[in-house]
Design a binder for this molecule. Structure first.
Ligand code: UT7
Length: 324
């Protein structure tokens, strides 16, 4: 029998404050029309001044535990994907651990920006497969609003805040694609592309946190190619074809990129989960937020084959295939 990481619960949290494109257009030289046409974004949620990334992550974590009917001390590990930690250290995951009242196991962060959830899922799945953990909470939580230059229309219109969490538990199967659980994860990076997407600051350089800089067209060009490659790797590793996929849950950066990935898989539009219109790009939180929405409204059901893909600063990119 093969050990599989099975999804037993998921939860999400979005800050209450919603900012529309029109509201943004009052302070920066942009328009609702431009933002919608180029990105598909209509609005985004923004964390309150007293809300930190760990506060968002904690609420998503609590919702996932509640859905699974598990207690914090049933967990062996928390892996939190974030590029906007509360502090340089300790890890945001340990703040969430304390907030949950979890007094055993381990908690740490993973940093792969917008690919962070795929990376964290890969780490969690490997802990479970090798028997070092039986139950792992995988969280994507971000407050990108804190690292935006609100005068740079090329970036500030694109991002939002939020958190999502997925709870994985070890289960047994024959290791076949028909079995429930994480079937595969593929992660990649190419550090030569630093300058296309980065934050100009950090403890060992400027000692303070900087703001996001992005060459949008360059990122776009790489995103469509790299994510397509990661999708192909996932299908090939599991001996599956695009026709086997029930749902595509992509990183939510740009509707045009999302649609081109769906088109490539020949998936009808209603089989591609889209939240970018309401959430904008929430970096590591975007996939678990989209997943939780599609699970809670009954679209994704047990037994469905769910494909996820992401691309972010680094560059980093990857894919994950899960039998729900
Ligand atoms: O999560 C990590 C992964 N990130 C991504 O995947 C993002 C990938 N990139 C993109 O989604 C797109 O490149 C953007 C949405 C960021 C930009 O769209 P674009 O179609 O590539 O536009 P552009 O950057 O080439 O800019 C076109 C024009 C420029 O004006 P000129 O030079 O043609 O006169 C920009 O100055 O649009 C202008 N522009 C804006 N206009 C109004 C840029 N931002 C804005 C804005 N409002 N917010």
């Amino acid at each position: 029998m093969a050990i599989r990481s099975q999804v037993v619960g998921c939860g999400s949290y979005l800050p209450l404050r919603v900012m529309s494109n029109d509201e943004l257009a009052r302070t920066v030289d942009t328009s609702d029309e431009w933002i919608r046409k180029r990105t598909g974004i209509r609005e985004r949620h923004l964390a309150a001044d007293d809300e930190a990334t760990s506060d968002l992550g904690l609420k998503a974590a609590q919702a996932a535990l509640e859905q699974a009917g598990l207690a914090p001390d049933d967990l062996d590990l928390i892996v939190c994907a974030t590029a906007t930690p509360d502090e340089t250290f300790p890890a945001t995951a340990t703040r969430i651990q304390a907030g949950l009242g979890m007094t055993r196991g381990a908690a740490f962060d993973v940093q792969a920006v917008c690919s962070g959830f795929i990376y964290a899922l890969a780490v969690a799945d490997n802990f479970i497969r090798c028997g070092q953990a039986k139950s792992v909470l995988v969280i994507g939580a971000e407050t990108f609003s804190r690292i935006l230059d609100w005068e740079d229309r090329g970036t500030c219109v694109l991002f939002g805040d939020g958190a999502g969490a997925v709870l994985l538990c070890a289960g047994e199967g024959r290791g076949e694609a028909a079995d429930r659980g994480v079937l595969s994860t593929h992660v990649y990076s190419d550090g030569r592309h630093h300058d296309a997407l980065y934050v100009d600051g950090g403890p060992s350089t400027t000692r303070t946190t900087g703001v996001v800089h992005m060459e949008g067209r360059e990122v776009y060009r790489h995103a469509v190619v790299r994510m397509a490659e990661a999708i192909d790797a996932a299908l090939e590793a599991n001996d599956l074809t695009p026709g086997d996929i029930d749902w595509l849950v992509p990183h939510q950066a740009n509707l045009r990129i999302i649609e081109s990935m769906g088109h490539r898989l020949n998936l009808p539009r209603d089989r591609v989960v889209v939240t970018v219109d309401r959430h904008a790009n929430t970096s590591a939180a975007s996939i678990p937020l989209a997943l939780c929405e599609a699970v809670s409204d009954g679209r994704i059901r047990q037994g469905d084959l769910v494909l996820m893909e992401a691309m972010g600063g680094g560059f980093t990119w990857g894919s994950a295939l899960v039998r729900w």
